[in-house]
Design a protein around this ligand. Sequence first.
Ligand SMILES: Cc1cc2nc3c(=O)[nH]c(=O)nc-3n(C[C@H](O)[C@H](O)[C@H](O)COP(=O)(O)O)c2cc1C
Length: 324
Amino acid sequence: MTQKLLRPLAIGGVNLKNNLALAPMAGITNAAFRILAAEGGAGLVVTEMVSAESIKYGNKKSFRMLELLPGEHPAAIQVFGADPASMALAAQAAERAGADIVDINAGCPVKKVLRSGAGAALMKTPQLLADIIASMVKSVKIPVTVKFRIGLSPAENLGPLLARVCEEAGASAITLHGRFAAQVHSGPVNLAAMAETAAAVKIPVFGNGGVAGADSARAMLEAGCAGIGIGRAAVFNPAIFAEISAGLSGGSAVAVAPAARIVLFLRFLELNAGIYGEEHGMARARKLVGYWLKGLPNASGARGAFMKLKTLKEAEALLIQYTK
Ligand SMILES: Cc1cc2nc3c(=O)[nH]c(=O)nc-3n(C[C@H](O)[C@H](O)[C@H](O)COP(=O)(O)O)c2cc1C
């Protein structure tokens, strides 16, 4: 191995302190969560996917999703769509919002997205994907990156072909989810297909899918990925980036204690309140509280009680028992 597995990385002209990125997750990677991930050691954070068509038509909710906070850079804004002109407009909006990178979603398997020709449907239309990339690259100064999967259905590896299409069209990096679209988010990743994809291009390929600790990260990096994207394992543990960094550097990867995790959740609530207002911020945390409390004594009782809370003070009073 000539290169260190954990290392700083440049995407276009954007320098990342390390090669561990937070993967985009709709409903989860909002600004509050991205700050926790950046503080937890992520070298790059990525927003939830934002609709290019909604940006084009001035949808307020979508514009709010473009808002970045000072503590989260370098940050990528991810956009989805199937029209090169709309995607170029969305890229410009992302650049104006202060994004360091704009990422294209070419891997989402949700039916509504597929029907519009966006997300993983772009894997079936490489020429359209290339046109989208080229039109975005022409419209902004920030690097354009692409996230896609190894294929749509089992036994196909579209990775190398699509990676070359992305590189030739001007993309600066790729995130490769090592599963087929038909697998959605479960099942094994195909490391061999990932290795072939990483070897097919010069631009960095971030491996993604099922990374839950230093061992699974190491396997993808040793397969030739330049970096790693971490999704669900970060959801209730945004300090996982530091844990994996320690593990990859030969140290012991000490898991964050439950008490520290709840302290992080309280900080998340505070950040959420700063963004959306206290009551709305608390309401938005309801669908996530279960993840954070997982494995703790009387977690389901505490989760039920949390659903009725409206203030940070009430949340602190409920959760303080877990922070000691
Ligand atoms: C709740 C949820 C929302 C997601 N939203 C997005 C998204 O907006 N854009 C995207 O490219 N991928 C999205 N993904 C896929 C993740 O980025 C990632 O590829 C997938 O979860 C596999 O990585 P993991 O095993 O580390 O979670 C989502 C995944 C989940 C579980």
